[in-house]
Design a binder for this molecule. Sequence first.
Ligand code: NDP
Length: 410
Amino acid sequence: MGKVLIIGAGGVATVAAHKVCQNTDVFTEIMIASRTLAKCDALADVLGRKYGVKVATAKVDADSVEELKSLLSAYKPDIVMNLALPYQDLTIMEACLQTGCNYLDTANYEPREEAHFEYSWQWAYRERFEQAGLCAILGCGFDPGVTSVFTAYAAKHHFDEIHYLDIVDCNAGNHHKAFATNFNPEINIREITQKGLYWENGAYHETEPMEIHKPLTYPGIGPKESYLLHHEEIESLVINYPTIRRARFWMTFGEQYLTYLRVIQDIGMSRIDEVEYLAPKADGTGSATVRIVPLQFLKAVLPNPGDLGQNYEGETSIGCRIRGLRGGAEHTYYVYNNCSHQAAFQETGMQGVSYTTGVPAMIGAKLFLQGVWTGPGVHNVEEFDPDPFMRELASQGLPWHELHDIDLEL
Ligand code: NDP
């Protein structure tokens, strides 16, 4: 039915590639392209042995529009799944536009030199995608992604008006490492060391990083301290659901994780600007000035999120807690998924955070190729019909559950 090009060969891309190979009735031709060809080849080899599917590979620097254009013109995919890093969103969108390809990603654009993410850069492409008759699907991971679809599903089936939305993200897993991040360390640390931000009464309110926190109870897990963070889906959801009076995002962190993070910040290792130091030359002829970005260097020495799966125990629990009106009366609703790290690892070799992101990315691309989620323009996922996505989610490894009229604790 369709040709897919996956860009990136990390944790999320690996899960998405497994899922694509489990759905070859829709994905009839598959290519994985990334910066390190050996990683693409190793993944294609695993997929070939596990599913008997032939996966093409290529090397591409997705920071270069020209390199991307050459690859897209030669391979001619129906959809490009951008599972590299947020830095590459605009170059890949640009190359898609110039070569007539459709686009999907899981994280909004972020410039390298500033730890700041917002949709404006990608929404600026709306008119060009519309005019080209191409579709761009933004933020199709779990959060953003499933959480946005959960909200759309609640609005469609359970509320006349949504008033309060709290997205709650708990990782109750244990990978037995002193400190590791569950997705790309550079992107992850940039995200959680930012100031907090939430929407209330028609305006954004800023907090100090991790300033607001409280214990929330997660199904099958119990109470976990949860911290208010800025998260990108809030930006599109408050526009697409204007009855929302307050929208917030919460994520759990353990004491040990926060202590390490504080030390990393205090000693300057989370800096994203260049620093210089004098290093002895390899040939012993004195010293030379070397430039590094401390956070990029830290990424190189931290555990690779893609290698955490083997000993990862426990599960994630991510969902939406919603309060609003139906038939003139106030109701509450909690829709969530719990995902086992070990089950994810057994199926794909990756842990639960990569799994909960890669599965929805595949579903978005599948619905696009089936002509179910489509239409020219640049779309956030809550703009599409949530029902077919929710059906796929349940059957592709991320079953979801609903609780009605409970105490949301918020
Ligand atoms: P990884 O670091 O594991 O993988 C990133 C991949 O992109 C690597 O294979 C890397 O290549 C490749 N890459 C980086 N730069 C380039 C480039 N210039 N050209 C080509 N390839 C490049 O990250 P994850 O898999 O953990 O995360 C992938 C994406 O998913 C990120 O954007 C992240 O923000 C997003 N995400 C979204 C979530 C959601 O719920 N919406 C949750 C978690 C993650 P190399 O192997 O050579 O380093």
